[in-house]
Design a protein around this ligand. Structure first.
Ligand code: ATP
Length: 445
């Protein structure tokens, strides 16, 4: 993990938030390449979940909802973690994650392992961030930052049903920030207090719920494999009844082998009719499906939920590689070309050669109309290649002496380091095709 954190910082993917003030726990800011990679992940998710389907609509609900939403959903009463305090070192830990926590003493041990450790009984701590709406602070103005995007979908169920004229099975997909006052911070992008969720609620006939649940587990698993994650590092894990959330009748996690061990990347839950029933009872609005022939029922819901941040971390871990090339170490991010922040670099071999620079810049102007590409004429060509390798750029086009003679360029492949020559005029189409091709990591499993 240290290598990933250091590369992310060095190359401007991710910075600790408000760093000049000492940071704020488990909160990160994304720099240029981080933003580009996140945009790609969001677009790829949206393309598969919405654009390429007939049974899906999009939504963008507010972050601050009427607080009664969170009473009905069970979050005010039950979205808690059990916490213990140590009376000796005055630190606070998650009671169910003591084996992941570090005691305040040195050398560090887990809380409870020193004879002086004096832990309190566990107390429930609500993870929702509170705020106030309007000018007056008081009970009546209390509100919450959403801890998940899903509830914004449930409270809009009727709107979508009526206006988008949908009939189960259909889904509503939404991407947006969620907030949780996480108590076991650390582990970089894996557990943040502010993260970007991508959730989809799929409404089905009650008797079909089990079948759709299995369908979505498989769909989501395949999505990661198609984007090049190593199958040896991805697995499905069914929750035991005791682990499941209050709303869920079945949950399967897709787990990735992060440096911290196998951990939840995405969760797929069968939420039954819990949410629609709760909101019907609390709001009085009947959240049910009524067919033209008068049939009426409360649909059951299947939910795949994930954050872009956890996906990006999995992709970075899976992609990170070091190898020796020509007696020098090379660090390379073997990202799927569609996930890579920059698709191609355009490099004049000799930065002082005005003809090469002209040709390179005009190729750059042409390519950037369709793709995120970079022009770079700073430093020796080897260093420029290595810079691109570290941010995962899959292709580099180099303009050299031969270009000036015959209008061809070299294309260098990030993974194999193979080079071939292409006509300058065909580069744009070549790049478009290359980005469409299936890709598999050359890393051994
Ligand atoms: P965990 O058990 O790891 O706390 P969870 O079961 O509470 O996760 P869910 O409520 O199922 O997580 O959230 C759905 C998805 O949102 C997770 O699979 C994960 O991808 C993402 N997610 C949840 N909490 C965080 C967080 N603090 N930082 C980044 N992503 C998160």
């Amino acid at each position: 993990m240290d290598k990933i954190v250091s590369l992310c910082r060095r190359r401007g993917f991710v910075f600790p938030s408000s760093e000049i003030y000492g940071g704020i726990g488990s909160t990160y800011d994304y720099g240029h390449y981080g933003v580009l990679a996140k945009n790609n992940i969001r677009e790829l998710w949206f393309q598969t979940m919405v654009q390429e389907r007939d049974d899906m609509v999009a939504l963008d609900s507010a972050i601050i909802l009427n607080p009664r939403v969170w009473e009905a959903s069970g979050h005010v009463g039950g979205f808690t973690d059990p916490l213990v305090d140590c009376r000796t070192c005055k630190l606070r830990f998650r009671a169910d994650k003591l084996d992941e926590a570090q005691c305040g003493r040195r050398p560090s041990k887990h809380p409870g392992e020193y004879s002086e450790c004096d832990l309190t009984e566990a107390r429930q701590f609500n993870l929702m961030f509170q705020t106030h709406v309007g000018a007056l602070e008081g009970e009546s103005s209390l509100a919450y930052l959403r801890p998940e995007t899903a509830q914004g979908i449930f409270v809009n169920f009727k709107n979508v049903l009526q206006i988008a004229r949908r009939k189960p099975p259909f889904g509503i997909a939404q991407v947006g920030k969620s907030f949780r006052n996480e108590i076991t911070p650390g582990n970089f992008l894996f557990r943040m207090r502010e993260f970007e969720q991508m959730e989809m609620e799929y409404f089905v006939l009650p008797q079909d719920a089990e079948q759709w649940f299995q369908y979505w587990v498989e769909e989501r698993f395949r999505w990661y494999l198609n984007l090049g994650l190593r199958e040896s590092h991805l697995r499905k894990r069914e929750h035991e009844a005791s682990e499941r959330s209050h709303y869920s009748s079945a949950t399967t996690d897709l787990e990735y082998l992060y440096p911290i061990g196998w951990s939840e990347l995405e969760g797929i839950a069968n939420r039954g009719d819990y949410d629609l029933t709760q909101h019907t009872q609390h709001s009085g609005a009947k959240l049910e499906f009524v067919g033209e022939d008068g049939e009426r029922y409360t649909p059951h819901v299947i939910e795949p939920a994930v954050s872009i941040d956890r996906i990006l971390l999995a992709f970075l871990v899976d992609a990170y590689d070091e190898e020796i090339v020509a007696e020098r170490q090379r660090t390379v991010l073997r990202l799927h070309p569609r996930v890579a922040p920059v698709k191609a670099a355009i490099l004049p071999l000799i930065a002082k050669n005005a003809d090469m620079v002209d040709r390179a810049r005009s190729l750059y102007q042409e390519l950037r109309k369709g793709q995120i590409v970079e022009y770079d004429d700073g430093g020796a060509i080897g260093r420029r290649y290595r810079r691109q390798d570290e941010i995962g750029t899959p292709f580099a086009f180099t303009i050299d002496d031969q270009t000036l003679e015959d209008d061809t360029v070299t294309v260098r492949d990030r993974d194999s380091l193979a080079q071939e020559r292409l006509p300058l005029a065909g580069v744009r189409n070549w790049l478009g095709d290359a980005l469409e091709r299936p890709w598999q990591t050359p890393k051994p499993s």
